[in-house]
Structure formats: C-alpha cells, structure tokens
Design a protein around this ligand. Structure first.
Ligand code: FES
Ligand code: FES
Length: 140
C-alpha cells in the first residue's frame, strides 16, 4: 500500500493537473457518491468511488467547487483510494493529506473536506448495497 500512496511524487502537479476529475454515474449500484460542504467557506466537494465484488476501490472521480487546496486534496485522496478496500479507505486522514501537500494550518479544513467526502462516499455505497438486498461487503 505504501507504494500505491506514492503513485506519483510531484505534489505541485496535484494543483496544476488534478487527477481523476469527472463523474461516475451515481445510479450505478457499484458506485458510492459523497457530497460534502465546508461550513467555513462554502466550498463543495463531490467524490465518487467504484467498488468491485471484493470490496476493492477500482475507480475514483471528483469534482470540487472550491479552492486550489481543496482540489489538490481531492486529487491526492482519489489517488490514495485506488486499490484500497472500502474499510481501508476510512483510514485516510485529512492530516496525512495536509502533510503530503504541505498545507498551511489555515488550509487544514480544505483537506478535511476530502476526508469527509471519502466517508460520505463509503456510507452511500454501503447504504445502496443494503437497500438493494445485496450484502454490503464489510458490515459496519
Ligand atoms: Fe501524488 Fe503523492 S504526490 S499522491
Ligand atoms: Fe475552503 Fe479551501 S478555502 S475548502
């Protein structure tokens, strides 16, 4: 997993060329969607995951209507999510993202948005699976 976390090393590149920008079809059963807002500034982030039958995240997309730090945080989060199980994904901390991007304290809430969005996407995925009668892979 350590290698996957450093799929690429150019942090500045997350600002200039954010990864995984776009949308998945939120109606698809294997897609989880998290939509969260930051009360501090009103910025909004949508983060989506596609999960395979083993509970592993195979695809991620985000759209962030917010500051550059929020966009870069989403970009890092979507890279770190790939290859993780949905439960492993919950161990991604905003403080790790902030440290990775060297965010100043005033920008910590931007990375918090990414952590919140991951949790919301996982919740959405599990709720959808439960509603469809399928067993959510990792019961919570
Ligand atoms: Fe992109 Fe580490 S620099 S995830
Ligand atoms: Fe609010 Fe960055 S200033 S998300």
């Amino acid at each position: 997993v350590g290698a996957a976390r450093h799929y690429h090393e150019n942090i500045v590149d997350h600002y200039e060329n954010p990864r995984n920008v776009g949308s998945l079809d939120k109606k698809e059963l294997d897609v989880g969607t998290g939509l969260v807002g930051a009360p501090a500034c009103g910025d909004v982030m949508k983060l989506q995951i596609r999960v395979d039958e083993n509970g592993v995240i195979t695809e991620t997309k985000f759209k962030t209507f917010g500051c550059g730090s929020a966009i870069a945080s989403s970009s890092v989060a979507t890279e770190w999510l790939k290859g993780k199980t949905i439960d492993e994904s919950l161990s991604i901390r905003n403080t790790d993202i902030a440290a990775h991007l060297k965010l100043p304290p005033v920008k910590l809430h931007c990375s918090m948005l990414a952590e919140d969005a991951i949790k919301a996407a996982v919740r959405d995925y599990k709720a959808k699976r439960a509603a469809a009668g399928g067993s959510a892979d990792e019961p919570k």
